[in-house]
Structure formats: C-alpha cells, structure tokens
Design a protein around this ligand. Structure first.
Ligand SMILES: Nc1ncnc2c1ncn2[C@@H]1O[C@H](COP(=O)(O)OP(=O)(O)OP(=O)(O)O)[C@@H](O)[C@H]1O
Ligand SMILES: [Mg+2]
Length: 588
C-alpha cells in the first residue's frame, strides 16, 4: 500500500522497538536487573509468576528515580546514563539507550514504585497501552520496584511465539544467572511466589562461579588472570577433561556485560582445539576488560553483541592467553591449587615441582621446562646435564617405570608416589606434537593444482587476499588476484590436496574477513595429523620393556600438552603416597 507519508505515533514506534528489545520474559528480566545494577543496587530480588508471562517483579535497593523523572523513565530515548554523543564512545553503564522501559511499557502493563534516599516518600507510576494510568505517592523503602504484568496482552500475535512455560522459565533463569555471575558482590534472589528458585549471597567471584556453575567446576578448572596491550582477561577455564556435549556452560563478559561474541567464541574454540575431542565443548567463565572506548556496545538491539575497535588484537590476546594457560594444564592441576602457584608460597601437596633431569633428552626434542613447571617467571635455567635448583634427587617428574599391567598401563614410581600412565594416550600425544612441530616448524609442503581454480569473490575479498597473500602462502595456500573480483588458487597444502579446495578457499576467506586471520588451514592439517598419530601410536597389549617404558616417560616430560591425549583424556595420573596410605588406613 502506498500513500502519503505520516510519522508513526510514539506508541507504535515503541512497539516496533519492543519487537527487538523484548523477545520473551527473559529479555525483560535482563533489562530490569541491568537497570538495578546501573542504579548501584546491592541486593536484587526477582519474583516471577507463570515463567514471567503473567508477572515479573524486580525489586532493588539502588539509587531510585526522582518523582519528577518517573514519566520520563518510561518515555523513549530518555536516559540518565548518557548525555552527549561523545558519551556513546565510552559507555560504562549497562543501559544507555533509554529504550528498555518504553519498550516494555508498550507490550505489557508496567508499574514503577521508587524512592530516592532523601525523598520523603515513594512514588508509583502505572502505565498501560501507552497511557499514563496513575502517578501517586506510595510506600516503598529507598530503591525501586518495577512490576511487569500480562506480557504481550495487547499483541496476541507475539504472545503465540512464546514457548512452553518450562522453556520460558529456563531462558529466564539463564538470563538471571548471566547477570548474577558478573556481579558477585550483589545479592540476588529469584522466587516464584513462595517458592525460592535461587538465592545468591554476596561474595567473591569464585563463590559466585561455584554457586552458578557448580563447585565441581572450580576444582575442574584453572584460573586465568592475564593482562597485556591494555586488556585484561580473567576467569575460569574448564580443564579439557571437564567438557560438555553442548555449549551451554560458556560465559563471556566484556566490561561486565554478558555478550555472545563470535570473535571471542572463535578464539576460545581455537585455544581448546588441540586438547578437546571433536564435538566436546569447553566450560568457561571469562571476563575481558578493556578501555570502553575500544569497544562499541551499540551494535545490537539487546546489547548482546559488541564490536571491538581492534578485533584482531582482541582475538589474538584471548587466544594467546588461553592456549598458554591450557598448555600448562596437567592432570591434578586444579584451580584451587594453581591459584597459589601464582604466589611465592611453596607448591601445594600434589602439585610440587618435580626435580628434573634431562640427560636422556634427545637432540631436536622440544623441551619446554616453563610449561612443565608452569613457572615461567622464575628464570629457571637448565644447564646441560644439570638439575633444577632445589632438586635433591635425580628422579624425573614421571619417575621410573616398574611394570606394565594388562598391556594398557605403565606403573612408575616417582618422588610423590605412584604414577599410572595410559600408554596409548601418551604415545599418541607425543607423536602428534612431533608431527605438528614439523608442520609448523618447516615450510608447509605445498602441492600445485594441475588446473588452477578460479573463484568469483567480492572486490573487498579480493583486496584482502591481495594484501595478505604472503601470509597465506606460509600456510600453504597460494592464492592470487586475477581480476577486480576474482581470485585464482594455484597451490594448496599437500596434506589437504584431497579436500574440496573451493570450499576450503571460501572458508579461509570468510575467516579472514571476520577475524582478520584464519586457522582453518592449520586446523585441518592438524586434524589429519591427529588421525595419523592415533594410528601410528602403540596399541594396547604391546609388551614394552622397562627401558622402552622409561623412554616413553622421558618423552612425555618434554612434550607440550603431555597431560592429555589428542582427545582431551588424561594421559597419566599421580597417586601420592599419602593417598595410598589412606587406602590402607595407615597412620590414622
Ligand atoms: N531500577 C532502577 N533504579 C533507578 N533508576 C532506574 C531504574 N530503572 C530505570 N531507571 C531510570 O530510568 C531510565 C530509563 O530506563 P531504561 O532501561 O528504559 O533506559 P536505560 O537503562 O537508560 O537504557 P537502555 O534502554 O539501554 O536500558 C534510566 O536511565 C534510569 O535513569
Ligand atoms: Mg536499562
């Protein structure tokens, strides 16, 4: 239908905006709780009825709203959080658009009761369908209660899109936990009438993570806290041996804002790639903090996505820090123990620094002491044939083999007690790391295509490849521009010769465009290597001699990631003597 142009009424405009902001009850909880946090609340209570569809009430003890501002709070584009266009460049609050309450008010009935600390009494504002129904004095302690009832009562079409109560309730609780996770000093409570669904007392970050993700996550994860280039990344990353079949327990926060960021997801996935079995998902809670001017939060209607000014830097930072932390992980290394690794305190029991001797190290083996001892800053230096400072005996970390049982496990004795090694898993990791060093160390073997493959692309993509062709060449892909909007692939990594080359080239292009880098080429080659490593490794039921077993143990000590096989399963466990003593009730 065409005709004359008329401005939309404010109410319709709000309803349209609400279409993006308010998808379901969970979105309302998120917006209201974020408002409470922006108002510096120290305690937030959320009460719901019928999964929030019938009613959501959020009560806080924050700064409150001035009586004269209450009508403005529900007006569109009215906010107390930013004033000038320049403020948009560095947003430090969760809200900033002045849109949430107006949107909610257009699709539900809304009542706000609020009192500022020095006000004589509270005021209550009621709105529905764009009309102000009441604005009157009320009783309320300092703080604000926002009550949203009958969601989508006036937009039945949207109501139909709501899922079952159970699903909506799950979404709602998820949204609630997301914000709670990032604000451990704030008390949270979630109730459904008289039923308490969740209660979180204020505490440390670790307390909150444990309460939300389960205590077990804390012991099955490693703490990370790294800074550099004006950024800080801290949080908990699950050990590769503690993974999920679905990517549900993954939280990434940018400046305290929960986001679903593709770039970050990619960096994390890439960091875990080597240590996690295909199809498993890591569990993590990560907080990225950087100067607000380096990140644009105004890119998505629900503010769940951000854009970084230097996306490549952010990607490399997150990936670099995580992969280093993961390389350092050995079985038995838990968050609690590793946390005091950072201090100068003596290593905790079960996590001692082993004396180390490298007399058996062969030329060319990667030797990475720092990783073995994760003690990079101590300036440890290894003299030829020498021992680490502090070692009293010459026993190597994984000790000396004493036996093999059932053709599967090697038993060894070290300073701590008993070491049990899964020999296939261990050998697989060693073979894989060795193949990989070859892959990354030397130039990647390339193979020329008999018939070069032409690709039609956009001019931007062609520009990109033209500028970066030497980088690609190092990775084994020779691709050139041969027109304003076309590329030609001439050579590919020999290992990938049999794959769908066009698809590969397009995937790499997409990666370059999105992340400024691509790890696909390396990733696919590594996957092939992993398969090779698995087949080339000693199978169960092969009898090994004691010297063979010792050689394997020494190899493990000098191999990166030796704590897990390529599939993320542990390669060895240590049973300290006192654990064995407990088995036999000794000294009790
Ligand atoms: N719980 C609260 N305590 C104190 N003030 C509040 C509270 N909730 C809302 N306000 C006030 O109402 C204003 C409007 O809230 P609204 O959520 O609509 O917008 P916003 O938070 O400024 O931006 P956004 O749309 O991005 O959330 C806020 O700027 C704030 O001043
Ligand atoms: Mg808001």
């Amino acid at each position: 239908m065409t005709g004359r142009i008329r401005p939309l009424s404010e109410f319709i405009a709000n309803q349209i905006a609400a279409g993006e902001v308010v998808e379901r009850p969970a979105s309302i909880v998120k917006e209201l709780v974020e408002n409470s946090l922006d108002a510096q609340a120290s305690s937030i209570r959320v009460d719901i009825e019928h999964a929030g569809v019938k009613r959501i009430r959020v009560r806080d003890d924050g700064l409150g709203i001035h009586a004269d501002d209450m009508a403005l709070a529900v007006a569109r584009h009215a906010t107390s959080k930013i004033a000038a266009a320049t403020d948009l460049g560095e947003i430090a609050t969760l809200g900033f658009r002045g849109e949430a309450l107006a949107s909610v008010a257009s699709v539900a009935r809304l009542a706000i009761t609020s009192r500022q600390k020095d006000a004589q009494n509270a005021w209550r504002l009621e709105v529905a369908g764009g009309d102000l129904l009441a604005h009157k004095p009320a009783a309320h302690p300092p703080g604000t209660t926002v009550e949203v009832t009958d969601l989508f009562y006036n937009t039945p079409a949207r109501r139909k899109f709501l899922k079952t109560e159970r699903t909506e309730s799950a979404h709602l609780q998820d949204a609630y936990r997301r914000v709670a996770l990032a604000n451990p000093s704030v008390a949270f409570e979630l109730t459904a009438g008289t039923r308490t669904l969740d209660h979180l007392s204020p505490g440390s970050s670790a307390d909150r993570v444990g309460a939300v993700f389960g205590e077990r996550f804390l012991t099955e994860s490693t703490v990370i806290d790294e800074s550099g280039g004006g950024m800080r990344l801290n949080g908990w990353i699950g050990l590769p041996t503690f993974s999920d079949s679905r990517a549900t327990r993954q939280r990434f926060f940018v400046n305290g804002r929960p986001v679903q960021d593709r770039l970050a997801a990619h960096a994390v996935r890439q960091a875990y790639r080597d240590v996690l079995f295909h199809g498993r998902h890591p569990v993590f809670v990560l907080f990225l903090t950087l100067d607000p001017s380096m990140v644009d939060v105004n890119v998505h209607p629900t503010k769940s996505e951000v854009r970084f000014r230097d996306s490549r830097d952010v990607h490399d930072f997150v990936f670099g820090k995580l992969s280093r932390a993961l390389r350092d992980v050995r079985p038995g290394a838990t968050a609690a123990v590793r946390a005091d690794d950072r201090s100068d305190a003596a290593p905790a029991e079960g996590q001692r620094t082993f004396p180390f001797e490298h007399g058996e190290r062969r030329q060319g083996d990667p030797l990475n002491l720092a990783q073995l001892f994760h003690d990079e800053d101590s300036g440890l230096e290894l003299r030829d044939g020498g021992q680490l400072p502090g070692s009293s005996t010459g026993t190597p970390p994984l000790g000396y083999a004493v036996a093999q049982i059932h053709g599967i496990y090697i038993l060894a004795e070290n300073e701590q007690g008993l070491v049990i090694v899964d020999m296939h898993a261990a050998h697989e990791r060693i073979t894989y790391e060795r193949l990989k060093t070859q892959l990354l160390g030397g130039a990647v073997d390339r193979q020329r295509l008999l018939v070069p493959l032409a690709l039609d692309v956009s001019t931007t993509e062609a520009d990109l490849i033209e500028a970066r062709s030497s980088e690609l060449e190092d990775l084994g892909l020779v691709m050139e521009r041969n027109g304003p909007a076309s590329l030609v692939v001439r050579e590919v990594p020999a290992l990938l010769f049999d794959t769908d080359i066009e698809q590969l080239a397009r995937d790499v292009l997409a990666d370059f465009a999105a992340f400024g880098t691509s790890d696909l080429l390396v990733e696919r080659q590594e996957r092939l290597l992993a398969g090779t490593a698995c087949h080339a490794s000693i199978r169960a039921n092969r009898r090994l001699s004691i010297p063979e077993m010792n050689a394997l143990l020494r190899d493990m000590e000098t191999t990166e990631n030796a704590g897990q096989c390529n599939h993320g399963r542990p390669t060895f466990v240590v049973q300290p003597l006192d654990a064995l003593d407990r088995l036999f009730l000794r000294g009790q």
